[in-house]
Design a protein. Structure first.
Lengths: 416, 264
């Protein structure tokens, strides 16, 4: 018992810096009378730092032949090393899953001996889960850079999601801290899987029995705050990868110093949590609110504002867009109003069929009226935007809506 | 002087608190042409002495007719919302559910999308709260394996959400026997590899039954609950510690049934 406890401690500890925890977006059904299904993306618990615990996130091993400056498992670090056997990973996954602790497995690994040797073992694990245990729960497989295309393609038959991390937002940034890695290799693997995905989808439209292939798609992760890229560079890279490889998600991970290395931020410096959060907000605007990266930040203002969220920031820079008339505007326009989300916008449009919109209704529809009031007109709310200049308005909004999220996300700031 | 029940006066309905009872009440209000009804649950009634009282006898046929009528007017999603709001077991919401049904019947199809109407709004808001609780229970159920291979879990949800999660657990854990027990409402659902059964455990016995089962846990149980607690600790990032956020996601009232929140 002590041995497996120690392995789990080491290999969960080394895996936790990968922020992706998504377990939704797949649609594996329990049709073989086995165990498990996917699709709901449940967070079964939350860590004490407030992150979702959905998957058993572990490394197969933290032995590694590479020496990436940002990584706790790098070759030159003097840390305890361990490796799971195939059976140990399968038993842990099944027993956690059966107790409703998790939605599934997130497996990644250091590179043990060489890429294919490691990838083969990961493949053995997912095959055993699917074929011997009749397991239909979620599997996220982080593929190994340099692994052969055959192994990556075969793994795709069993995984729900695959990912490979960009690590740093630009090739230059990556080269500086991880000379053995490259964006080119990341692109190669994302493309391999994406081609296969498209092929399988085409075939499935003709032949129903074509097996599933990475049904939850691919994702990647960038570390921010370790290298000097601007938010504009980060978001441009994200936007490019979303389109080029049909990625489902790009994750942003505020760098937490784990090593002493002159190329990296000092140990004990604060992780840039607020910046990370602003990047997620911007990413959200790109994926669901029709914003282009260049609208959110641009060459003149290459960084996201920390003080206010990116939508509000955009609104204050575009007074000509406002006020939006909620009795008339279309969906795409309404969702650009700060304080109005997609759900509220849908309700506004549904309710409009029965008569004009009044302020008391907005509040009940989930609109953050405090914020929205400056940007809209409706039946009993007149335009309050144009009588103030953006600077005044900014100060006013900052005073009334002291960002509750800022204090939630960065408790260390709340001390001041 | 006997009460003269007119179109406009308020009539008090006493019903049994069941879903069928609620729907029967809607049926009777149309039959008797009562437009202004104050709905009360029998034992919890705080009705007044002035307005006339009608006792509603739950009648499945009448309830079914009303439900079929509602189904014609409501999308599947809205039907689920309606039932979910009912499961909140909240007196004020019962009244709104009654008003909602009447509002929907009295207007053309699509009226339920009118979020400006107080009953539509109230039902929708409560359904959202119940749905949140339903999600939490999907997440927070923690099974323990007993020596005889049964997986057991106890829950104490704010609302009566077991009816809303049974399909989820049945689909997911199709190849293991399990029991989820609501300690607050003193009933559970049990899956025997074929179907789900509702089980009642007498109030007095409830404590001992669960306790007795705990005494006979499977030999592997200690290992996996320890490993899970270890995992929960290891996966935390100390530099990001944020207790406020943690508690917002996992409110303290759920902790007592969460394996990872137990000491040791
Ligand atoms: S290859 Fe992966 S595990 Fe190895 S040092 Fe680089 S980031 Fe760490």
């Amino acid at each position: 018992m002590e041995r497996i406890r120690e392995k789990l401690r080491i290999l969960a500890d080394a895996a936790k810096y990968d922020v992706s925890c998504a377990s939704s977006g797949s649609n594996r059904k329990n049709t073989n009378g086995g165990i498990g299904d996917t699709g709901s993306g449940i967070c079964h618990s939350y860590t004490e730092d407030g992150r979702c615990v959905s998957l058993l996130k572990i490394l197969l091993t933290n032995f590694c032949i590479y020496d990436c400056a940002f990584c706790i498992s790098r070759k030159s670090n003097d840390v305890k090393r361990a490796a799971f056997t195939v059976k140990e990973v399968v038993d842990l996954t099944m027993n956690f899953y059966r107790r409703n602790f998790i939605e599934g497995l997130f497996l990644s690994s250091g590179i043990f001996k060489h890429a294919d040797y490691t990838m083969e073992r990961m493949l053995a694990i997912v095959k055993k889960l699917r074929l011997e245990e009749n397991y239909n729960g979620y599997i996220h497989l982080k593929t190994i850079p340099g692994a052969s295309q055959e192994l990556v393609r075969e793994a795709g038959l069993y995984a729900d999601r695959m990912s490979i991390n960009l690590e740093m937002p630009t090739e230059a940034g990556l080269k500086a801290v991880a000379p053995e890695k490259s964006h080119t290799e990341v692109r190669r693997q994302l493309a391999t899987v994406n081609h296969q995905l498209i092929r399988f989808n085409d075939e499935r439209s003709m032949i129903r029995s074509v097996p599933k292939f990475v049904p939850a798609g691919q994702s990647t992760q960038m570390v921010v705050g370790a290298t000097p890229e601007t938010d504009l560079q980060v978001l441009q890279t994200a936007a490019e990868f979303y389109t080029a490889y049909a990625l489902k998600r790009v994750y942003y991970s505020g760098y937490i110093p784990v090593n002493t290395d002159e190329r990296m931020p000092l140990l004990n410096s604060q992780p840039p949590l607020l910046r990370e959060n602003r990047l997620y907000q911007a990413d959200w605007l790109m994926r669901f609110y029709g914003f282009a990266a260049g609208e959110i930040v641009n060459a003149a203002q290459p960084h996201l504002e920390m003080e206010i969220d990116p939508k509000l920031s955009w609104a204050l820079r575009h007074p000509q867009f406002f006020p939006v008339d909620l009795n008339r505007a279309d969906f795409k326009t309404i969702i650009r109003v700060p304080g109005i989300g997609r759900q509220s916008a849908q309700k506004i449009i549904a309710t409009r069929q029965f008569g004009n919109i009044y302020v008391y209704q907005l509040q009940k529809m989930g609109v953050a009226y405090n914020r929205a009031q400056y940007f809209i007109t409706c039946t009993d709310a007149l335009n309050r935007y144009t009588d103030k200049d953006p600077q005044q308005l900014r100060a006013l909004i900052l005073k009334t809506v002291q960002s509750k999220y800022a204090s939630l996300l960065a408790p260390q700031l709340a001390l001041f | 002087m006997p009460h003269l029940i007119t179109h406009h006066s308020v009539v008090q309905y006493l019903f049994d608190g069941s879903f069928s009872g609620l729907l029967t009440a809607v049926f009777e209000s149309y039959a008797a042409r009562h437009c202004h009804v104050a709905l009360f649950e029998q034992d919890k009634a705080r009705n007044n002495f002035f307005d006339p009282v009608v006792i509603i006898t739950t009648t499945p046929e009448k309830a079914l007719r009303v439900w079929k009528g509602l189904k014609k007017k409501l999308t599947t999603a809205l039907q689920v919302e309606y039932y979910s709001a009912f499961l909140a077991e909240d007196a004020a919401v019962m009244q709104q559910l009654f008003n909602y049904a009447r509002f929907v019947f009295d207007h053309a199809a699509g009226a339920a999308a009118n979020y400006g109407h107080p009953a539509v709004m109230a039902v929708q808001q409560m359904a959202q709260k119940v749905s949140r609780e339903r999600h939490r229970m999907k997440a927070f159920v923690r099974f323990q394996k007993t020596a005889c291979g049964l997986y057991i879990a106890a829950i104490e949800p704010d609302y009566n959400v077991l009816p809303l999660v049974r399909k989820h657990f049945k689909d997911r854990y199709a190849d293991q026997r399990w029991l989820i027990y609501d300690r607050k409402r003193k009933y559970g659902i049990y899956y025997d590899l074929h179907a789900i059964h509702e089980v009642l455990i007498e109030a007095a016995a409830a404590g001992t039954v669960v306790h007795a089962a705990e005494m006979m846990l499977d030999a592997s149980e200690a290992l996996y609950s320890t490993l899970w607690k270890d995992y929960f600790k290891s996966t935390n990032i100390q530099e990001r510690k944020n207790t406020r956020l943690h508690i917002r996601h996992v409110p303290r009232r759920y902790w007592r049934h969460l394996t990872e929140k137990q000491l040791g």
